[in-house]
Design a protein around this ligand. Structure first.
Ligand SMILES: NC(=O)c1ccc[n+]([C@@H]2O[C@H](COP(=O)([O-])OP(=O)(O)OC[C@H]3O[C@@H](n4cnc5c(N)ncnc54)[C@H](O)[C@@H]3O)[C@@H](O)[C@H]2O)c1
Length: 409
């Protein structure tokens, strides 16, 4: 049974709900961090509170003990709330260097988990009871942390990309293979029901021979100007920051076939983007040896909400999906029909896929399956981005095979 709590809930109604659902409450619900938050409010204690606590205590021995490194944007808005809500995990510690971030996370998530700074990471990793580590730091910090965790025998989830370049990504996956621990990279679109459905339609042969793939990602809200130049050191970070999931989709759907050519056209519109030399709109075209043509369009700011679309055009049909609105309500007036706007952020749009991704990682930790995102896909995705950046810099079509033959991967 899934329980959905309204956002504004009184203590009295929570007590009622708690008594009513008692033993059947599943903590693995989207709002369970809200329940935790309410329960941890000072002086607040209910029947449900003690039931919740005793279930937590009795199941602790079966839980997977994990640590988190990095508690910033995506960690505090997605991963840490999901980890705290998931009954399969016990979060033992968080490593974060910024005091301000620690205070924000402690206040907003009402968690009593211990925080440490990165100089303690090695000793925390020494603890053999920790089975897995989540690496949620900025990308340039991933490599060394992932390597340390793997070498200490931990399973690792790392946010995407796993490292700054294809060669480092290869090193991480080779290390994971040599120590025999799973490494999962956070390409979370893989678990989104719409992406998955369109992928399955093609894989099942319903679309016939693939001819054209059109993928759109237009971000919302626009990242702050302070954040923009820190995202990636390359000269066209819209490709590694925004289009990255679409490159991953192409690696996935094309079964790791490499494109023969890549070409990028991009432009900076926002005055600060112009000043920083970072385009905020881009189009990537890729052609594959079997004739498939792919077009990825990306924008940093979409004023009408987070816009994700996919269209797979084949000899026997077309598979596509559009954006879900915030709600299905439609208002019909004499001037026409009004619909609710689209979701505003990627955390709203992909909340389900992040939860599914977490459970997939835990299955990998428990040895029930292997990571569905593979080394070859991650390396190919990184190489396609590197080639795309080169195309932008040189303003020419890049021959992908030639480009790869000059790299050390
Ligand atoms: N899957 C997605 O859709 C998605 C979306 C956004 C970001 N990301 C990825 O997530 C990662 C983090 O991005 P973010 O936007 O949350 O970054 P962020 O800068 O907001 O947060 C990173 C946090 O890590 C901390 N940190 C840095 N170095 C550390 C260290 N050595 N030890 C401990 N803590 C350290 C920082 O203080 C900061 O709080 C990046 O790799 C990014 O590409 C993925």
């Amino acid at each position: 049974m899934a329980l959905t709590l309204p956002v504004h809930i009184s203590k009295a109604s929570l007590t009622f709900v708690a008594e009513a659902v008692g033993n059947v409450l599943q903590l693995q619900t989207r709002n369970s961090h809200l329940v935790r938050k309410l329960l941890c409010t000072e002086g607040f204690s209910t029947t449900f509170g003690s039931a919740y606590q005793s279930r937590q205590n009795s199941s602790k021995s079966r839980q997977i003990s994990v640590g988190v490194v990095g508690a910033g944007g995506i960690a505090s808005s997605v991963h840490i709330p999901n980890i705290l809500s998931n009954h399969r995990i016990q979060l033992r510690w968080i490593v974060e260097n910024k005091l301000e971030t620690i205070e924000t996370v402690q206040k907003s998530l009402y968690t009593e988990v211990s925080f440490h700074t990165s100089e303690h990471l090695e000793s925390l990793l020494d603890d053999s009871s920790i089975a897995a580590v989540f690496v949620l730091t900025p990308t340039p910090e991933h490599r060394d942390i992932v390597l340390s965790a793997l070498r200490q025998g931990k399973a690792v989830f790392t946010e995407q990309p796993a490292a700054e370049n294809a060669a480092d990504i290869q090193t991480l996956y080779d290390t994971a293979a040599s120590v025999g621990r799973p490494l999962l990279t956070g390409f979370n679109r893989r678990y989104d029901p719409s992406y998955r459905h369109v992928y399955d339609c093609y894989k099942d042969g319903q679309l016939g021979k693939l001819q054209l793939c059109r993928l759109t990602v237009r971000d919302s809200p626009k990242p702050s100007h302070e954040l923009m130049p820190t995202m990636d050191t390359n000269e066209c970070n819209i490709l590694s920051d925004i289009a990255v999931h679409d490159f991953d989709f192409m690696a996935w759907i094309m079964k790791c076939a490499a494109p023969e050519s890549i070409h990028v056209v991009a432009h900076a519109h926002d005055p600060v983007a112009v000043e920083k030399g970072q385009p905020d709109v881009s189009i990537v075209t890729m052609k594959y040896p079997d004739g498939v043509i792919c077009l990825l369009d990306s924008a940093r700011e979409s004023c009408y909400g987070h816009d994700f679309r996919v269209e797979l055009f084949g000899s026997q049909g077309m598979g596509s999906f559009d954006n879900p609105p915030l709600s299905l309500t439609t208002k019909k007036l004499d001037i026409g029909a009004l619909q609710k706007p689209m979701m505003h952020t990627f955390t709203q749009r992909f909340s389900d896929s992040f939860e599914i991704q977490l459970n997939h990682f835990l299955d990998c930790v428990e040895g029930k399956c292997s990571p569905c995102v593979t080394k070859d896909e991650c390396v190919l995705t990184a190489l396609m981005i590197e080639a795309a950046v080169e195309s932008y810099k040189q303003n020419k079509v890049i021959n992908f095979q030639e480009f790869v033959s000059n790299r050390d991967v």
